[in-house]
Write a protein that binds this ligand. Structure first.
Ligand code: A2P
Length: 285
């Protein structure tokens, strides 16, 4: 097993010997010109895990914030991702160099394949994903990326990669109370792959849901905290995004909220709702 939920301790998960803080700060949709300030404030609030991607266009600003924070590089866990147009062995290696140049780092904590190639686009989808993975494996073995994984991969995309020398350590998927992707989560649990949640608040869509606001009010927490604490209760690592300092603190504090079995059962009974509609096979990238 690369990752074991029982190893969650000190608010961190352990992936094949690499410790990853159990909540991360998401930077998708934070405009480039605001990113440095936002990430700097997030680090000031206590976040030690920042999630970016080449596609977000804010890697340079993320790297600047880490440097300006005065924190030691090894005390901040930074993830980035190779974009869909850079799939394949050579292109992935070149994309990684560009990412490192943007971030200004000499190693990356985790590198992910942002979206899988899929059978709906090319019959060679599995070959393409394996070629991309070969590059990821090489980056890992060279110590340039301390951990490697995927994003938006479903079980059928993961299968071939799980049979390679270094299987993915994490899968970052759309995951929240309304969008639980049980097949993928169960597959990852079974194979020791850490699941990370993008959009743990459903891009804010979950926050007005009356069933959730009622449970949160009963527990004296905010609905955002309920959503984040629920992810954590499922052994899934939430990556909430906000540009607001008070919300950064609020979201971080959710990690110490322990939900009761009754809350978890009530949430479990809510049928799926509020998904983004992005399907890795149908209209992924
Ligand atoms: P903002 O950046 O204005 O704070 P997700 O992480 O699921 O993608 O959701 C992000 C959305 O949720 C953003 O629109 C963000 O808005 C909003 N958001 C993040 N944290 C909170 C919070 N604690 N309370 C209310 N809205 C929040």
């Amino acid at each position: 097993m690369w990752y074991n939920a029982d190893m969650k301790a000190n608010n961190a998960y352990c992936m094949r010997g690499v410790s990853v803080p159990a909540i991360g700060f998401g930077t998708y949709l934070i405009p480039k010109e605001k990113t440095e300030d936002c990430v700097l404030r997030a680090l000031g609030c206590g976040y030690r895990h920042i999630d970016t991607a080449a596609f977000y266009g804010n890697e340079r600003e993320t790297g600047n914030a880490v440097r300006r924070s005065g924190l030691k590089r090894e005390d901040v866990f930074v993830t980035s991702k190779v974009w869909a147009s850079d799939r394949g062995y050579e292109k992935t290696l070149a994309a990684f160099d560009r990412t490192m140049n943007e971030l200004g780092f000499d190693y990356l904590d985790m590198y992910l394949i942002h979206w899988p190639e899929s059978p709906s686009r090319t019959p060679d989808w599995e070959k393409v994903n394996l070629a991309t993975w070969q590059a990821m494996t090489e980056l890992y073995k060279a110590g340039r990326a301390k951990a490697i994984g995927v994003s938006n991969f479903l079980p059928h995309h993961l299968g071939a990669l799980m049979r390679t020398e270094i299987p993915p350590m994490a899968d970052q998927i759309e995951y929240n109370i309304g969008t639980r992707q049980p097949e993928t989560v169960n597959y990852c649990r079974k194979h020791g792959v850490l699941v990370e949640a993008w959009s743990p608040l459903g891009r804010g869509r979950l926050l007005a849901d009356e069933r959730l606001t009622a449970i949160a009010a009963k527990r004296g927490i905010t609905t955002a905290q309920l959503c984040i604490a629920w992810c954590a209760s499922q052994g899934v690592l939430p990556l909430p995004k906000t540009t607001d300092t008070a919300r950064m603190r609020e979201n971080l504090a959710a990690l110490s909220v322990r939900l009761s079995d009754e809350d978890i059962a009530a949430i479990g009974a809510i049928p799926p709702f509020g998904a983004s509609g992005r399907d890795p096979d149908a209209n992924g990238f």
